[in-house]
Design a protein around this ligand. Structure first.
Ligand code: NAD
Length: 256
């Protein structure tokens, strides 16, 4: 379905971003990977699916490096057809204890980076009259939790940004949508489980059950593969008129 298209997925060396990159590659899209850590293994995994893969290590908190990544993608593949803004970090603390530099980093990586990639991707999408912008927000883009002020602000912000871009591109073949996962068992959440287990002196399994029990009525994690499937749907012709949505995949979290 996506043969000949190019998808750039930020933060795709692990977790949700890597799974979305794989799901799009399975549909034939070439992939530009980004993120920290080992990039060789994800690149080989994508290439094994029979498409081309490139990697750029831009730090999403640095606008200059983001510009460099977007130029790199254009030089390798002509343009970015599918932009997935996924890179994200978390920090858990009360507002009065929240380190200002962590606030700045969360807003830069989880929100502002999407402004930069989007503004740089849209001109070529407009020329082609086709494009897909998928922002990985969160249930925290729709409702709040205590001790996550920066994350909640960034995720609410990206849901609003998604809608503005959807309106600006409404008469074109470009769509802009957000995905709002609940708990997904990636390293970002594993850290919160481990911190909770240590803080409360309980096992990791108990901490995991408490985490799910508090927020996610299904008591099951959303899987990265399910999120990959949702991204593929948003890239399909069936989703041509899906514009500006914030699509929950959260086991009922935000239905409460
Ligand atoms: P993860 O830690 O496995 O992946 C995060 C990715 O972002 C990694 O590839 C990492 O290298 C990259 N990254 C971090 N800082 C970066 C930077 N400055 N520049 C470039 N890349 C950077 O976590 P994940 O759970 O897969 O998170 C992916 C996205 O999904 C995030 O936006 C997160 O907020 C969102 N999300 C996660 C959950 C969950 O339960 N795991 C729920 C809702 C939303």
């Amino acid at each position: 379905m996506l043969k000949g298209k190019t998808a750039l997925v930020t933060g795709s060396t692990s977790g949700i971003g890597l799974a979305i990159a794989k799901a799009l590659a399975q549909q034939g899209a070439n992939i530009v990977l980004n993120g920290f850590g080992d990039a060789e293994t994800p690149k080989a995994q994508i290439e094994a699916l029979g498409v081309r893969a490139e990697y750029h290590g831009a730090d999403m908190s640095q606008p200059g490096q983001i510009e460099d990544m977007m130029k790199f993608a254009a030089s390798r593949f002509g343009r970015v057809d599918i932009l997935v803004n996924n890179a994200g970090i978390q920090h858990v603390a009360k507002v009065e204890d929240f380190p200002p530099e962590r606030w700045d980093a969360i807003i830069a990586i989880n929100l502002t980076s999407a402004f930069h990639t989007t503004r740089l991707a849209i001109p070529a999408m407009r020329e082609a009259n086709w494009g897909r912008i998928i922002n990985v927000a969160s249930a925290h883009g729709l409702v709040a939790s205590a001790q996550k002020s920066a994350y909640v602000a960034a995720k609410h912000g990206i849901v609003g940004f998604t809608k503005s871009v959807a309106l600006e591109t409404a008469t074109t073949g470009i769509t802009s949508n957000a995905i709002c996962p609940g708990w997904v068992l990636t390293q970002l959440v594993q850290k919160q489980i481990d911190d909770r287990a240590a803080r409360e002196g309980i096992s990791a399994t108990q901490a995991q059950n408490e985490l799910l029990g508090e927020k996610q009525p299904s008591l099951q994690f959303t899987t990265v593969e399910q999120l990959g499937g949702l991204a593929v749907f948003l890239c399909s012709p069936a989703a041509d008129q899906v514009r500006g949505v914030a699509w929950q995949m959260d086991g009922g979290w935000t239905a409460q």
